[in-house]
Design a binder for this molecule. Structure first.
Ligand code: SF4
Length: 271
């Protein structure tokens, strides 16, 4: 595995790695001290807003390929202190390797957080029990039909909620604070007041915070909501007493922001 390019914007640094078999995957250095790493070549979940799964799934990364993104990156950027396992791939679909990589990162003294679409639930249970530094569970819709439209190959959201009801009730308030529901706002798709009320109901019931994510334009015709709507939704949830985290500017950056990482970037570019 070797680093084949580094691109920079004022906010993020995108690192493209070539694997032994010629595939490329990507990591993003953001906030100066955090590295978002990939766990698979491609992704099977097929979220309609995400470039990472555009061509489907090719293969899992080995745990060595996951941690080597960090070892190569830190040789250039020695200030890395946090890992987000939130790049290309669904961590629960490559769970054994992601778990090994997690413990390796912890041994290095790093803080490690995850993003996941939540299935399979048996693996989500293991993930939630790890000594992690944050898990964001991507919900994006509470209506099962709509969620299936947004995340084509994820599981049933009602099953996910039933699981969370049981699992989260075992956690202390401190542990609950490390878990949030991810909701990426897409104009005209999941941003109606009814959608947001359901989100508020579920977050309140579970006692979890909400991470409101910005939709980056990756050429799929899915648009972000305007700033006014974003603000209105934020205030609505906050006024219901829900802990709300907003997309930071790093996640909104077209270089390396949410949903922008790409498998085989140069092959795609060169046709
Ligand atoms: S958002 Fe995550 S789970 Fe969905 S397609 Fe992209 S990489 Fe896969």
């Amino acid at each position: 595995m070797k680093l084949c390019s580094i691109s920079r914007s004022p906010l993020n640094t995108l690192l493209v790695f070539e694997l032994e078999d010629g595939y490329t995957v990507e990591s993003v250095l953001y906030r100066g001290d955090s590295l978002c790493v990939s766990s698979q070549v491609g992704c099977n979940v097929g979220c309609i807003f995400c470039a990472s799964g555009r061509y489907g799934f090719y293969r899992n990364l080995s745990w060595e390929e996951i941690v080597n993104q960090y070892y190569i990156a830190i040789s250039i950027f020695p200030e890395i202190k946090r890992i987000a396992m939130a790049g290309i791939g669904e961590v629960l679909h490559n769970w054994e390797n992601c778990k090994k990589a997690f413990f390796k990162f912890k041994k290095e003294g790093l803080k490690v957080s995850f993003y996941t679409s939540g299935f399979p639930l048996s693996k989500l249970e293991e993930l939630l029990d790890l000594p992690h530094n944050g898990v964001t569970i991507s919900i994006h819709a509470l209506d099962p039909f709509l969620r299936n439209r947004i995340m084509k190959h994820s599981g049933n959201v009602d099953e996910l909620l039933n699981f969370l009801r049981k699992k989260i009730s075992q956690f202390s308030e401190k542990k609950k604070k490390k878990i949030s529901l991810g909701y990426l706002l897409m104009k005209g798709i999941n941003d109606s007041m009814e959608d947001i009320e359901r989100l508020g109901d579920v977050a309140s019931e579970l006692g979890l915070g909400v991470t409101l994510l910005h939709c980056n334009d990756v050429g799929f015709g899915i648009e972000p909501v305007d700033n006014e709507t974003y603000e209105r939704i934020f205030l609505y949830l906050r006024d219901r007493g829900i802990r709300v985290t907003l997309s930071n500017r790093f996640r909104k950056d077209p270089l390396g922001g949410c949903g922008t990482l790409t498998v085989n970037r140069y092959a795609v570019k060169n046709g």
